[in-house]
Design a protein around this ligand. Structure first.
Ligand code: AHR
Length: 673
């Protein structure tokens, strides 16, 4: 009720002023009052997190630090017409070397990883083997260490005259990092002995910096060898984890201070057909035993970044894990069916599928003596991961087929794990049939939370700042799992970011019912993007932060758990109106800090008087972070800091004036003695 009144006050104050941001009123146009003596309203302490999906090469070729592309020779034409198991690889024959490459699956390393390469060397010369170009080249830095590994077996030495051939001692293998002129930037040597698959591993120290090196694996021995799972990781992954994450990208994510990480998608979860669902069990265990598969976004997912790595990342950045499992149906766009491709798993398969979901909870939280808990322990994590939430489904058509399967999963989880909150889905839009039917199911089943998604224009967000004010507090809570303001040209303009900022103030105001929110998508590799806009762009060794990222970071680093209503009234002596600013104020109970956020989406600077009532011991130095610029400004690799926040201190007190620039987001953090 209070928030509605506040809104009416703000709306009533909208007056039109000359569109000239250079003309600043000297005195405040309005007074923003916050009564710190009031208890305020409890809101979600976990409001802002991230949505991670392997879209735009966000995982393989992105956050997952593996530098070798197609490391296990599983690329195929069913993923992309021009792909083969040797995509990203090429035959190399140095200095008189004679030989060839062949792909086979005769004696696979693991049934989930069928194909491997055979290097047949008739004449070693300077070496016969294969080179990998990585993801747009392998960026290496002088003095840094890179961990190489390969599974290898010997087939024969010397000439092969039919049959298995003979072994006359080990085969020599040399592994190099090379620049485009074949200059060696580091190398390591190995010996392959015997016919059984064996893992060879070593470290290469880069002797130079090069943005697009290649990894060359050379046989120096006449004969045949088999190679699979050829891998190269930087030693410096995020937190130094083996099979870890790219440090710069992971740090950019960590800097958002997300309270949760939703993974692994998105549409990736339900997959492009029933055989393409993301099955969490395929993503754990030794990487060479994981079942990679086509990615719904048109490339290959190795699952090297799998459930263990996701949970571990959550732990590393202090975020809650929020996994999403398929609801037993596939994507409605599967098989090029444009919205009608959704199908359900056969009912006779559902009990096993439901058990798979229950197993996930046991794997995450179960004791060491449970079947799946033991696997987590064996993977190196004796403590439970503390899973509390589980999303079931993503943007499905809410059909009887969906409903039946969702309910089977929901009932089973509720019965066996009442401690887990199941989050339902209400379709891909903010309204319409799936939204309504999804909410109907939520109301019938009394779901604790549902997942809403919407991508709309900046103006839509500004027009809908009251969306959640009217939501029934007695019904399911909301997880706004995917949202973003989309310009018609899909650019990451400051205007779109500020529309999101204004909307975030409304989410804070409604943080009693909106428990989680995550911008989507998170990551996009330059030149390999299926969806725009995204929050963070990157290439081989650089990260580009969008204006939308900065808005998320400013809110993420300044979350609170108590909402303090602010009233805004025009200043008595002002002849300038207040141009539709959006304001929210929260307290962070842990630090005691109070945080004021003001999004000015208009073209006129707003000088405001801030009155902090009921606070006698406010520190005179408050930290101000401001993001401002032209509404059409877009950060690019050429101009990465066109829009970036600036931090300063302001002299605060019980009453002080501050000008909020045109097209800006300002966060002021007050501390107390
Ligand atoms: O965020 C990109 C996609 O948008 C997600 O995969 C899907 O859930 C939504 O349609």
């Amino acid at each position: 009720m209070k928030s509605t009144i506040l809104f009416l006050v703000i709306a009533a104050m909208i007056l039109f002023v000359p569109n000239d941001s250079a003309v600043f009123a000297q005195s405040p146009v309005a007074v923003v009052s916050i009564d710190l003596a009031q208890p305020g309203k409890s809101i979600s302490p976990d409001l802002l997190g991230i949505f991670f999906e392997d879209i735009n090469y966000a995982a393989d070729g992105g956050l997952y630090a593996e530098m070798v592309q197609n490391r296990s020779f599983e690329y195929q034409a069913t993923e992309r017409l021009d792909w083969t198991p040797l995509t990203a690889w090429e035959l190399v024959r140095y200095d008189g070397g004679r030989g060839s490459l062949k792909i086979t699956d005769a004696v696979p390393l693991h049934p989930n990883n069928a194909r491997y390469v055979v290097v047949e060397t008739q004449q070693p010369g300077g070496g016969v083997g294969l080179a990998n170009s990585g993801f747009d080249g392998i960026p290496i830095k002088s003095g840094e260490q890179y961990d190489f590994s390969v599974f290898a077996r010997q087939l024969y030495t010397g000439n092969r005259w039919g049959g298995p051939g003979v072994l006359e001692g080990p085969a020599k293998l040399v592994v190099r990092l090379e620049d485009a002129e074949r200059k060696v930037l580091g190398e390591a040597s190995f010996e392959i002995s015997g016919r059984d698959w064996q893992r060879l591993a070593g470290t290469i120290t880069a002797a130079g910096t090069y943005p697009a090196a290649r990894l060359v694996v050379l046989s120096l021995t006449r004969g045949g060898i088999a190679l699979d799972e050829i891998s190269l990781f930087p030693r410096k992954t995020f937190k130094g984890r083996r099979n870890g994450l790219r440090a710069d990208l992971a740090q950019a994510i960590a800097d958002l201070k997300p309270k949760f990480v939703r993974f692994p998608g998105g549409c990736l979860v339900h997959g492009y057909g029933l055989g393409n669902m993301y099955r969490w069990k395929d993503s754990i265990g030794p990487i060479e035993q994981r079942r990679g598969q086509p990615n719904i976004w048109g490339y290959h997912q190795s699952l090297g970044l799998g459930y263990f790595e996701y949970f571990q990342f959550c732990e590393d950045i202090g975020a809650m894990p929020l996994p999403v499992v398929p609801a037993g149906v596939c994507c409605q766009n599967a098989d090029n069916q444009g919205g009608t491709g959704q199908r359900g798993l056969p009912l006779e398969d559902m009990p096993a599928y439901v058990q798979e979901v229950l197993d996930l909870i046991e794997w995450a939280n179960g004791p060491a003596n449970s079947t799946w808990g033991a696997k987590r322990v064996a993977a190196g994590h004796p403590e439970p991961f503390g899973l509390k939430y589980l999303c079931v489904g993503n943007e499905e058509h809410i059909t009887p087929v969906f409903r039946e399967r969702f309910k089977m999963i929901y009932d089973a989880v509720r019965a066996k794990h009442p401690e887990i909150t199941v989050i339902g889905t209400v379709g891909p839009f903010h309204s319409g049939e799936d939204y309504e039917q999804g909410w109907k199911i939520a109301n019938e089943l009394r779901l604790q939370m549902v997942d809403e998604h919407y991508y709309e224009s900046p103006q839509w967000f500004l027009n809908n700042l009251q969306r959640y004010d009217g939501y029934d507090r007695a019904k399911s809570k909301v997880y706004l799992g995917e949202y973003a303001a989309h310009e018609s040209n899909r650019a990451n303009t400051l205007r779109s970011a500020l529309a999101e900022a204004a909307y975030l103030t409304s989410l804070e105001r409604n943080g009693d019912i909106v428990r989680f929110a995550s911008y989507a998508p998170l990551l996009a590799r330059q030149g390999h993007t299926q969806w725009r806009p995204d929050m963070i762009y990157f290439d081989g060794d650089g990260v580009l932060l969008s204006a939308n990222y900065y808005v998320q970071r400013m809110f993420g680093q300044n979350q609170g758990d108590i909402y303090l209503p602010a009233t805004i009234v025009p200043a008595a002596d002002s002849n300038q109106g207040v141009d539709n600013i959006a304001v929210s104020c929260v307290r962070d109970s842990k630090s005691g800090d109070v945080i004021l956020k003001v999004a000015n989406t208009g073209s006129t600077a707003q000088p405001l008087r801030i009155q902090m009532q009921g606070a006698r011991d406010i520190n005179s130095k408050a930290v101000k972070t401001e993001l401002k610029g032209s509404p059409t400004a877009v950060n690019s690799f050429e101009r990465p800091n066109l829009v970036a926040p600036q931090t300063s201190t302001v002299t605060a007190g019980n009453s002080f004036d501050n000008e909020f620039p045109a097209y800006s987001l300002t966060v002021i953090r007050f501390s107390f003695q």
